[in-house]
Design a protein around this ligand. Structure first.
Ligand code: FE
Length: 201
């Protein structure tokens, strides 16, 4: 057999277990609050260890934050993405249109929730929340779907693992400027292929 020259993979067992559990959860649970609660526990377990994310999906770009697809459910019921932030990088104010769970794997991020007022202008909703390694938060059209996120550090990379109730890179959603202008976007993904979960080391 010819040995393929490819970079060593980290052990993806933790990610495999997480994805299997999430697939079971989205299959059986219709209630969003329960799904977010139980999904938070699963994500919390996944990010309590920082030894599984392959380096290829942890690379920052000097230009803008990256979104690497780790897994998309075949029926598009959920997707898992690693968000990699270079120092000081930030998102515009944006929505998701589906539920989302955010688990901090490495570094620190700050998320600021917003709501639109009657004129369509984004207003701060509460204080900014600092996410530290091990923290999990949630967004959804039901509980609040609008926020802006930034790397809390001007010198370190930050990485969070996101789970969404759809194939997030393919969904039409919006970014809102401070003056209320809405811009539709589809985020896509920074990688062209997904890791092969079954390629166990
Ligand atoms: Fe977001």
């Amino acid at each position: 057999m010819i040995a393929l020259d490819k970079p060593p993979l980290r052990d993806l067992a933790r990610l495999r277990v997480f994805i299997r559990s999430m697939a079971d959860l989205v299959e059986r649970e219709q209630d969003e609050a329960t799904l977010l609660n139980q999904g938070s526990e699963l994500l919390s377990e996944l990010i309590s260890h920082d030894d599984w994310l392959p380096d290829a999906y942890a690379q920052p770009s000097p230009v803008r934050y990256r979104q690497y697809l780790l897994y998309a459910d075949v029926r598009q019921k959920f997707s898992v993405v690693s968000f990699v932030w270079g120092p000081g990088q930030e998102t515009p104010i944006h929505n998701h249109t589906v539920w989302g769970l955010i688990g901090q794997l490495r570094g620190k991020e700050v998320t600021q929730p917003f709501v639109l007022n009657e004129k369509g202008l984004p207003m701060l909703q509460g204080k900014p929340i600092t996410m530290r390694a091990g923290d999990v938060s949630a967004v959804s059209p039901t509980i609040g779907d609008l926020h802006a996120v930034r790397n809390a550090s001007a010198s370190e990379v930050a990485i969070s693992i996101h789970v969404y109730g759809g194939n997030i890179g393919t969904l039409q959603r919006s970014a809102i400027s401070k003056t209320g202008e809405k811009k539709m976007f589809v985020s896509g993904y920074s990688n062209a292929s997904i890791p092969n979960l079954w390629d166990a080391p």
